[in-house]
Design a protein around this ligand. Structure first.
Ligand SMILES: NC(=O)c1ccc[n+]([C@@H]2O[C@H](COP(=O)([O-])OP(=O)(O)OC[C@H]3O[C@@H](n4cnc5c(N)ncnc54)[C@H](O)[C@@H]3O)[C@@H](O)[C@H]2O)c1
Length: 428
Protein backbone atom coordinates (compact mmCIF):
# COMPACT_ATOMS: atom_id res chain seq x y z
CA UNK A 1 0.00 0.00 0.00
CA UNK A 2 1.20 3.53 -0.76
CA UNK A 3 -0.13 6.70 0.84
CA UNK A 4 0.76 10.41 0.78
CA UNK A 5 1.13 12.56 3.88
CA UNK A 6 0.91 16.31 3.25
CA UNK A 7 2.70 18.63 5.72
CA UNK A 8 5.86 17.07 7.17
CA UNK A 9 5.98 18.92 10.48
CA UNK A 10 5.62 17.90 14.12
CA UNK A 11 2.55 15.80 13.23
CA UNK A 12 3.14 14.62 9.65
CA UNK A 13 6.72 13.43 10.05
CA UNK A 14 6.26 11.05 13.02
CA UNK A 15 3.05 9.75 11.43
CA UNK A 16 4.91 9.07 8.17
CA UNK A 17 7.59 7.14 10.02
CA UNK A 18 5.00 5.09 11.90
CA UNK A 19 3.29 4.07 8.64
CA UNK A 20 6.62 3.10 7.06
CA UNK A 21 7.40 0.94 10.13
CA UNK A 22 4.04 -0.78 9.57
CA UNK A 23 4.84 -1.73 5.99
CA UNK A 24 3.03 1.15 4.25
CA UNK A 25 5.05 3.15 1.70
CA UNK A 26 4.77 6.90 2.30
CA UNK A 27 5.19 9.78 -0.10
CA UNK A 28 5.73 12.88 2.04
CA UNK A 29 4.55 16.12 0.44
CA UNK A 30 5.45 19.61 1.64
CA UNK A 31 5.73 23.07 0.09
CA UNK A 32 8.99 23.68 1.97
CA UNK A 33 11.71 22.38 -0.36
CA UNK A 34 14.38 22.73 2.34
CA UNK A 35 12.49 20.19 4.50
CA UNK A 36 11.94 17.89 1.53
CA UNK A 37 15.67 17.97 0.66
CA UNK A 38 16.70 17.37 4.28
CA UNK A 39 14.40 14.34 4.61
CA UNK A 40 15.49 12.81 1.32
CA UNK A 41 19.07 13.08 2.58
CA UNK A 42 18.04 11.23 5.74
CA UNK A 43 18.21 14.27 8.04
CA UNK A 44 15.68 15.28 10.72
CA UNK A 45 14.86 18.91 11.61
CA UNK A 46 12.86 18.02 14.74
CA UNK A 47 14.92 17.44 17.86
CA UNK A 48 12.97 14.50 19.26
CA UNK A 49 12.88 12.64 15.91
CA UNK A 50 16.23 10.91 15.39
CA UNK A 51 17.92 11.30 11.99
CA UNK A 52 18.53 7.53 11.97
CA UNK A 53 14.77 6.91 11.89
CA UNK A 54 14.42 9.15 8.82
CA UNK A 55 17.55 7.75 7.18
CA UNK A 56 16.48 4.12 7.55
CA UNK A 57 12.98 4.87 6.16
CA UNK A 58 14.55 6.62 3.14
CA UNK A 59 17.19 3.92 2.55
CA UNK A 60 14.65 1.10 2.68
CA UNK A 61 12.67 2.89 -0.02
CA UNK A 62 9.58 3.10 2.24
CA UNK A 63 9.72 6.89 2.47
CA UNK A 64 10.48 9.68 0.06
CA UNK A 65 9.59 13.36 0.14
CA UNK A 66 8.55 15.68 -2.66
CA UNK A 67 7.07 19.07 -3.48
CA UNK A 68 5.26 17.65 -6.51
CA UNK A 69 1.58 17.26 -5.60
CA UNK A 70 0.69 15.60 -8.91
CA UNK A 71 2.24 12.45 -7.43
CA UNK A 72 -0.91 11.86 -5.33
CA UNK A 73 -2.17 10.20 -8.53
CA UNK A 74 -0.43 7.01 -7.51
CA UNK A 75 -1.53 6.68 -3.86
CA UNK A 76 -4.49 5.03 -2.14
CA UNK A 77 -4.86 7.62 0.62
CA UNK A 78 -3.84 11.21 1.35
CA UNK A 79 -3.48 12.42 4.95
CA UNK A 80 -3.35 16.19 5.48
CA UNK A 81 -1.35 17.58 8.46
CA UNK A 82 -0.88 21.26 7.61
CA UNK A 83 -0.96 24.21 10.06
CA UNK A 84 -4.21 25.74 11.31
CA UNK A 85 -3.21 29.05 12.96
CA UNK A 86 -5.28 32.12 13.86
CA UNK A 87 -5.08 35.24 11.71
CA UNK A 88 -4.18 38.62 13.17
CA UNK A 89 -7.78 39.17 14.30
CA UNK A 90 -7.57 35.82 16.16
CA UNK A 91 -9.94 34.11 13.74
CA UNK A 92 -9.39 30.63 12.25
CA UNK A 93 -7.10 30.55 9.24
CA UNK A 94 -7.87 27.37 7.31
CA UNK A 95 -6.14 28.63 4.17
CA UNK A 96 -3.39 25.98 4.46
CA UNK A 97 -6.04 23.24 4.38
CA UNK A 98 -7.82 24.81 1.42
CA UNK A 99 -4.53 25.34 -0.48
CA UNK A 100 -3.67 21.69 0.07
CA UNK A 101 -7.15 20.68 -1.12
CA UNK A 102 -6.68 22.75 -4.30
CA UNK A 103 -3.23 21.25 -4.94
CA UNK A 104 -4.33 17.62 -4.64
CA UNK A 105 -7.84 17.85 -6.17
CA UNK A 106 -6.82 17.81 -9.86
CA UNK A 107 -4.84 14.60 -9.26
CA UNK A 108 -7.39 12.77 -7.13
CA UNK A 109 -8.34 9.34 -8.46
CA UNK A 110 -11.61 7.46 -7.94
CA UNK A 111 -11.56 5.45 -4.73
CA UNK A 112 -8.84 7.51 -2.99
CA UNK A 113 -9.29 8.26 0.71
CA UNK A 114 -8.58 11.82 1.92
CA UNK A 115 -8.17 12.31 5.67
CA UNK A 116 -7.74 15.66 7.37
CA UNK A 117 -5.75 15.62 10.63
CA UNK A 118 -5.22 19.36 11.24
CA UNK A 119 -7.09 20.62 14.31
CA UNK A 120 -10.08 22.71 13.23
CA UNK A 121 -13.74 23.58 13.85
CA UNK A 122 -16.57 21.12 13.14
CA UNK A 123 -17.63 21.34 9.53
CA UNK A 124 -14.19 21.98 7.99
CA UNK A 125 -13.90 18.49 6.50
CA UNK A 126 -17.43 17.91 5.21
CA UNK A 127 -18.01 21.53 4.09
CA UNK A 128 -14.86 23.56 3.36
CA UNK A 129 -12.43 20.82 2.35
CA UNK A 130 -15.10 18.78 0.56
CA UNK A 131 -16.04 21.81 -1.58
CA UNK A 132 -12.50 22.43 -2.86
CA UNK A 133 -11.85 18.74 -3.44
CA UNK A 134 -15.08 18.25 -5.38
CA UNK A 135 -14.62 21.47 -7.40
CA UNK A 136 -11.03 20.64 -8.37
CA UNK A 137 -11.52 16.94 -9.09
CA UNK A 138 -15.05 16.89 -10.51
CA UNK A 139 -15.56 13.85 -8.25
CA UNK A 140 -18.14 13.45 -5.45
CA UNK A 141 -17.13 12.79 -1.85
CA UNK A 142 -18.70 9.64 -0.44
CA UNK A 143 -19.43 8.41 -3.97
CA UNK A 144 -16.24 8.73 -6.02
CA UNK A 145 -13.69 9.28 -3.26
CA UNK A 146 -13.65 8.76 0.52
CA UNK A 147 -13.37 11.60 3.02
CA UNK A 148 -12.67 11.56 6.78
CA UNK A 149 -11.29 13.46 9.76
CA UNK A 150 -8.92 12.03 12.35
CA UNK A 151 -7.39 14.31 14.99
CA UNK A 152 -3.73 14.15 15.88
CA UNK A 153 -2.71 13.46 19.50
CA UNK A 154 1.01 14.09 19.33
CA UNK A 155 2.77 14.83 22.67
CA UNK A 156 6.20 16.17 21.68
CA UNK A 157 8.93 15.67 24.24
CA UNK A 158 7.13 12.87 26.07
CA UNK A 159 9.37 9.80 25.69
CA UNK A 160 6.45 7.46 26.53
CA UNK A 161 4.32 8.89 23.75
CA UNK A 162 4.49 6.65 20.69
CA UNK A 163 2.27 7.29 17.68
CA UNK A 164 1.33 3.61 17.44
CA UNK A 165 0.03 3.28 20.99
CA UNK A 166 -2.08 6.47 21.17
CA UNK A 167 -5.71 5.60 20.32
CA UNK A 168 -6.84 7.35 17.16
CA UNK A 169 -10.33 8.83 16.78
CA UNK A 170 -11.78 8.64 13.25
CA UNK A 171 -14.96 10.05 11.71
CA UNK A 172 -16.06 9.46 8.12
CA UNK A 173 -18.26 11.41 5.72
CA UNK A 174 -20.22 8.18 5.06
CA UNK A 175 -20.12 4.72 6.71
CA UNK A 176 -18.03 3.51 3.75
CA UNK A 177 -15.57 6.39 4.28
CA UNK A 178 -15.32 5.37 7.95
CA UNK A 179 -14.67 1.74 7.08
CA UNK A 180 -11.90 2.72 4.66
CA UNK A 181 -10.33 5.04 7.28
CA UNK A 182 -10.49 2.29 9.89
CA UNK A 183 -8.72 -0.08 7.52
CA UNK A 184 -5.96 2.47 6.87
CA UNK A 185 -5.16 3.47 10.45
CA UNK A 186 -5.50 -0.08 11.80
CA UNK A 187 -2.36 -0.91 9.82
CA UNK A 188 -0.25 1.47 11.90
CA UNK A 189 -2.17 2.29 15.10
CA UNK A 190 -3.12 -0.23 17.81
CA UNK A 191 -6.49 1.25 18.81
CA UNK A 192 -8.81 3.06 16.43
CA UNK A 193 -11.90 4.78 17.88
CA UNK A 194 -14.66 5.30 15.30
CA UNK A 195 -17.22 8.09 15.81
CA UNK A 196 -20.35 8.86 13.83
CA UNK A 197 -19.15 11.75 11.65
CA UNK A 198 -16.26 14.00 10.66
CA UNK A 199 -17.83 16.70 12.85
CA UNK A 200 -17.89 14.48 15.94
CA UNK A 201 -14.19 13.73 15.39
CA UNK A 202 -13.38 17.43 14.91
CA UNK A 203 -15.35 18.28 18.06
CA UNK A 204 -13.53 15.56 20.04
CA UNK A 205 -10.17 17.18 19.40
CA UNK A 206 -11.49 20.58 20.42
CA UNK A 207 -12.92 19.16 23.67
CA UNK A 208 -9.51 17.69 24.52
CA UNK A 209 -7.71 20.99 24.02
CA UNK A 210 -10.40 23.16 25.64
CA UNK A 211 -10.28 20.84 28.66
CA UNK A 212 -6.57 21.60 29.04
CA UNK A 213 -6.95 25.32 28.51
CA UNK A 214 -9.76 25.64 31.08
CA UNK A 215 -8.00 23.54 33.71
CA UNK A 216 -4.73 25.39 33.29
CA UNK A 217 -6.65 28.64 33.72
CA UNK A 218 -8.21 27.27 36.89
CA UNK A 219 -4.86 26.49 38.52
CA UNK A 220 -3.43 29.79 37.30
CA UNK A 221 -6.28 31.59 39.06
CA UNK A 222 -5.85 29.48 42.20
CA UNK A 223 -2.13 30.31 42.14
CA UNK A 224 -3.06 33.99 42.60
CA UNK A 225 -5.81 33.36 45.16
CA UNK A 226 -3.80 30.92 47.30
CA UNK A 227 -0.67 33.06 46.87
CA UNK A 228 -2.51 36.00 48.44
CA UNK A 229 -3.46 33.71 51.35
CA UNK A 230 0.14 32.59 51.81
CA UNK A 231 -0.62 29.08 50.53
CA UNK A 232 1.65 27.43 47.95
CA UNK A 233 -0.48 26.16 45.05
CA UNK A 234 2.18 23.60 44.09
CA UNK A 235 2.02 21.98 47.50
CA UNK A 236 -1.78 21.90 47.23
CA UNK A 237 -1.75 20.29 43.76
CA UNK A 238 0.74 17.62 44.87
CA UNK A 239 -1.49 16.80 47.83
CA UNK A 240 -4.71 16.79 45.75
CA UNK A 241 -3.04 14.49 43.24
CA UNK A 242 -2.97 11.70 45.81
CA UNK A 243 -6.76 11.35 45.40
CA UNK A 244 -7.12 8.17 43.37
CA UNK A 245 -10.29 9.23 41.54
CA UNK A 246 -12.05 12.37 40.29
CA UNK A 247 -8.97 14.59 40.15
CA UNK A 248 -6.40 15.22 37.47
CA UNK A 249 -3.38 17.45 38.11
CA UNK A 250 -2.78 20.55 36.00
CA UNK A 251 0.01 23.00 36.77
CA UNK A 252 0.23 26.78 36.68
CA UNK A 253 2.77 28.59 34.52
CA UNK A 254 3.78 31.84 32.85
CA UNK A 255 1.04 31.62 30.20
CA UNK A 256 -0.01 29.24 27.44
CA UNK A 257 2.27 28.24 24.59
CA UNK A 258 2.53 25.90 21.66
CA UNK A 259 0.66 25.33 18.47
CA UNK A 260 -2.53 23.95 20.07
CA UNK A 261 -3.82 25.08 23.46
CA UNK A 262 -3.64 28.88 22.95
CA UNK A 263 -5.19 28.62 19.49
CA UNK A 264 -7.60 25.72 18.96
CA UNK A 265 -10.30 26.71 21.50
CA UNK A 266 -10.86 29.90 19.49
CA UNK A 267 -11.69 27.83 16.41
CA UNK A 268 -14.80 26.72 18.29
CA UNK A 269 -15.56 30.22 19.60
CA UNK A 270 -15.60 31.51 16.04
CA UNK A 271 -17.76 28.70 14.67
CA UNK A 272 -20.17 28.82 17.64
CA UNK A 273 -21.12 32.40 16.71
CA UNK A 274 -22.63 31.10 13.47
CA UNK A 275 -25.06 29.13 15.67
CA UNK A 276 -25.75 32.01 18.09
CA UNK A 277 -23.80 30.22 20.83
CA UNK A 278 -21.30 31.68 23.30
CA UNK A 279 -18.20 29.92 24.59
CA UNK A 280 -17.85 31.60 27.99
CA UNK A 281 -15.53 29.03 29.55
CA UNK A 282 -13.13 29.35 26.61
CA UNK A 283 -13.13 33.15 26.73
CA UNK A 284 -12.63 33.26 30.50
CA UNK A 285 -9.81 30.72 30.37
CA UNK A 286 -8.17 32.74 27.59
CA UNK A 287 -8.47 35.91 29.65
CA UNK A 288 -6.87 34.36 32.75
CA UNK A 289 -4.12 32.56 30.86
CA UNK A 290 -3.11 35.61 28.80
CA UNK A 291 -2.86 37.70 31.99
CA UNK A 292 -0.13 35.38 33.36
CA UNK A 293 2.91 36.97 31.69
CA UNK A 294 1.99 40.34 33.23
CA UNK A 295 1.68 38.67 36.63
CA UNK A 296 5.21 37.24 36.21
CA UNK A 297 6.57 40.64 35.23
CA UNK A 298 4.95 42.25 38.28
CA UNK A 299 6.45 39.56 40.56
CA UNK A 300 9.84 40.20 38.97
CA UNK A 301 9.47 43.92 39.70
CA UNK A 302 8.64 43.02 43.34
CA UNK A 303 11.68 40.76 43.56
CA UNK A 304 13.95 43.47 42.17
CA UNK A 305 12.38 46.03 44.44
CA UNK A 306 13.27 43.87 47.45
CA UNK A 307 16.90 44.22 46.32
CA UNK A 308 16.43 48.02 46.00
CA UNK A 309 16.61 47.74 42.22
CA UNK A 310 14.33 49.16 39.55
CA UNK A 311 13.13 47.12 36.60
CA UNK A 312 14.40 49.92 34.37
CA UNK A 313 18.06 49.15 33.73
CA UNK A 314 18.07 45.75 35.47
CA UNK A 315 19.49 42.75 33.66
CA UNK A 316 16.95 39.92 33.43
CA UNK A 317 17.64 36.41 32.14
CA UNK A 318 14.79 34.23 30.83
CA UNK A 319 15.44 30.55 31.39
CA UNK A 320 13.70 28.47 28.69
CA UNK A 321 12.50 29.79 25.37
CA UNK A 322 10.52 26.79 24.13
CA UNK A 323 6.95 26.60 25.38
CA UNK A 324 7.33 23.26 27.19
CA UNK A 325 10.20 21.34 28.78
CA UNK A 326 12.76 19.31 26.83
CA UNK A 327 11.66 20.33 23.32
CA UNK A 328 12.94 22.94 20.87
CA UNK A 329 9.46 24.17 19.84
CA UNK A 330 9.13 27.91 20.54
CA UNK A 331 5.77 28.48 18.81
CA UNK A 332 3.50 30.84 20.79
CA UNK A 333 5.97 30.62 23.69
CA UNK A 334 5.02 32.91 26.59
CA UNK A 335 8.75 33.62 27.01
CA UNK A 336 8.52 35.92 24.01
CA UNK A 337 5.69 37.84 25.66
CA UNK A 338 7.75 38.11 28.85
CA UNK A 339 10.77 39.37 26.90
CA UNK A 340 8.64 42.03 25.18
CA UNK A 341 6.99 43.19 28.43
CA UNK A 342 10.30 43.35 30.33
CA UNK A 343 12.01 45.25 27.53
CA UNK A 344 9.14 47.73 27.44
CA UNK A 345 9.76 48.43 31.12
CA UNK A 346 13.42 49.19 30.43
CA UNK A 347 15.00 45.88 31.46
CA UNK A 348 17.99 44.49 29.60
CA UNK A 349 16.76 41.07 28.47
CA UNK A 350 18.59 37.86 27.50
CA UNK A 351 17.68 34.18 27.41
CA UNK A 352 19.22 30.78 28.00
CA UNK A 353 17.86 27.65 26.33
CA UNK A 354 19.99 24.60 25.56
CA UNK A 355 17.54 23.62 22.79
CA UNK A 356 17.27 27.00 21.07
CA UNK A 357 20.82 28.32 20.49
CA UNK A 358 19.56 31.12 18.25
CA UNK A 359 16.08 32.56 17.68
CA UNK A 360 14.71 31.81 14.22
CA UNK A 361 12.44 34.37 12.52
CA UNK A 362 8.86 34.18 13.85
CA UNK A 363 5.74 35.88 12.55
CA UNK A 364 4.71 37.36 15.90
CA UNK A 365 8.13 38.36 17.32
CA UNK A 366 10.36 39.12 14.33
CA UNK A 367 12.47 41.62 16.34
CA UNK A 368 14.07 38.80 18.39
CA UNK A 369 15.29 36.86 15.32
CA UNK A 370 19.04 36.24 15.45
CA UNK A 371 19.28 36.73 19.25
CA UNK A 372 21.52 34.03 20.73
CA UNK A 373 21.20 32.07 23.95
CA UNK A 374 23.75 33.17 26.58
CA UNK A 375 26.23 30.62 27.93
CA UNK A 376 25.55 28.61 31.05
CA UNK A 377 28.35 29.44 33.50
CA UNK A 378 28.70 31.12 36.88
CA UNK A 379 30.04 34.42 35.52
CA UNK A 380 27.19 34.82 33.05
CA UNK A 381 24.36 33.81 35.39
CA UNK A 382 25.75 35.93 38.26
CA UNK A 383 25.75 38.99 36.04
CA UNK A 384 21.92 39.11 35.93
CA UNK A 385 19.86 40.89 38.57
CA UNK A 386 17.05 38.34 38.17
CA UNK A 387 16.55 35.00 36.41
CA UNK A 388 12.98 34.04 35.42
CA UNK A 389 12.37 30.31 34.97
CA UNK A 390 9.72 30.21 32.27
CA UNK A 391 10.35 26.63 31.04
CA UNK A 392 11.73 23.89 33.29
CA UNK A 393 14.04 21.91 30.98
CA UNK A 394 15.46 18.85 32.72
CA UNK A 395 18.87 19.55 31.19
CA UNK A 396 19.27 22.70 33.32
CA UNK A 397 21.12 22.34 36.63
CA UNK A 398 18.88 24.17 39.12
CA UNK A 399 21.32 23.60 41.98
CA UNK A 400 23.92 25.58 40.03
CA UNK A 401 21.27 28.21 39.45
CA UNK A 402 20.62 28.51 43.19
CA UNK A 403 24.38 28.80 43.79
CA UNK A 404 24.91 31.42 41.11
CA UNK A 405 21.82 33.64 40.72
CA UNK A 406 21.12 36.44 43.20
CA UNK A 407 17.37 36.26 42.53
CA UNK A 408 15.15 33.66 40.81
CA UNK A 409 11.54 34.14 39.75
CA UNK A 410 10.17 30.61 39.41
CA UNK A 411 7.00 30.02 37.39
CA UNK A 412 7.40 26.19 37.30
CA UNK A 413 8.39 25.17 40.82
CA UNK A 414 11.73 24.10 39.34
CA UNK A 415 13.67 25.32 42.39
CA UNK A 416 11.94 22.89 44.74
CA UNK A 417 14.59 20.62 46.17
CA UNK A 418 17.51 23.00 45.57
CA UNK A 419 19.43 24.68 48.40
CA UNK A 420 18.05 28.11 47.67
CA UNK A 421 18.68 30.86 50.21
CA UNK A 422 15.85 32.64 52.07
CA UNK A 423 14.43 35.42 49.91
CA UNK A 424 16.25 34.20 46.78
CA UNK A 425 13.33 32.44 45.04
CA UNK A 426 10.08 34.18 44.16
CA UNK A 427 7.31 31.91 42.97
CA UNK A 428 5.25 33.49 40.20
N1 LIG B 1 2.47 19.90 17.08
C1 LIG B 1 1.60 19.23 17.82
O1 LIG B 1 1.94 18.76 18.89
C2 LIG B 1 0.17 19.02 17.38
C3 LIG B 1 -0.64 18.17 18.16
C4 LIG B 1 -1.95 17.94 17.76
C5 LIG B 1 -2.46 18.56 16.62
N2 LIG B 1 -1.67 19.39 15.87
C6 LIG B 1 -2.27 19.97 14.68
O2 LIG B 1 -1.71 19.37 13.52
C7 LIG B 1 -1.60 20.33 12.46
C8 LIG B 1 -0.17 20.44 11.98
O3 LIG B 1 0.65 20.89 13.06
P1 LIG B 1 2.20 20.72 13.09
O4 LIG B 1 2.61 20.98 14.49
O5 LIG B 1 2.63 19.46 12.44
O6 LIG B 1 2.65 21.95 12.15
P2 LIG B 1 4.10 22.23 11.52
O7 LIG B 1 4.17 23.68 11.27
O8 LIG B 1 5.15 21.55 12.33
O9 LIG B 1 4.07 21.45 10.13
C9 LIG B 1 3.23 21.79 9.07
C10 LIG B 1 3.95 21.47 7.78
O10 LIG B 1 3.05 21.76 6.72
C11 LIG B 1 3.77 22.37 5.68
N3 LIG B 1 2.81 23.11 4.84
C12 LIG B 1 2.26 24.31 5.04
N4 LIG B 1 1.39 24.61 4.06
C13 LIG B 1 1.39 23.56 3.22
C14 LIG B 1 0.69 23.27 2.02
N5 LIG B 1 -0.18 24.12 1.48
N6 LIG B 1 0.95 22.10 1.42
C15 LIG B 1 1.84 21.23 1.95
N7 LIG B 1 2.51 21.44 3.09
C16 LIG B 1 2.29 22.59 3.72
C17 LIG B 1 4.80 23.22 6.36
O11 LIG B 1 5.89 23.51 5.51
C18 LIG B 1 5.20 22.30 7.53
O12 LIG B 1 6.25 21.45 7.20
C19 LIG B 1 -2.19 21.62 13.03
O13 LIG B 1 -3.54 21.70 12.72
C20 LIG B 1 -2.03 21.45 14.52
O14 LIG B 1 -2.97 22.22 15.24
C21 LIG B 1 -0.37 19.63 16.23
Amino acid sequence: MKIAIVGLGYVGLPLSLQFTRSGVAVLGLDIDSAKVDALNQGRSYIKHIPAEAVASAVQSGAFSASTDFSRVKGVEAVIICVPTPLNKNREPDISYILETGKSIAPHLQKGTLVVLESTTYPGTTDEDLREVLEAGSKLKAGKDFHLAFSPEREDPGNPDSKVASIPKVIGGFTPACLAKTNELYSKAIKTVVPVSSCRAAEATKLLENIFRSVNIALVNELKLVYGAMGIDVWEVIHAAKTKPFGFMAFYPGPGLGGHCIPIDPFYLTWKAREYGQHTRFIELAGEINTAMPMHVVNRTAEALNAQRKAMNGSRVLLLGLSYKPNVDDDRESPTYVLMDLLKKRGAEVAYYDPYVPVIRPTREHPHWAGTRSVNWDRGTVESFDAVIISTNHQAVNYRELSDWAPCVVDTRNAMAGTNSKPGQVWKA
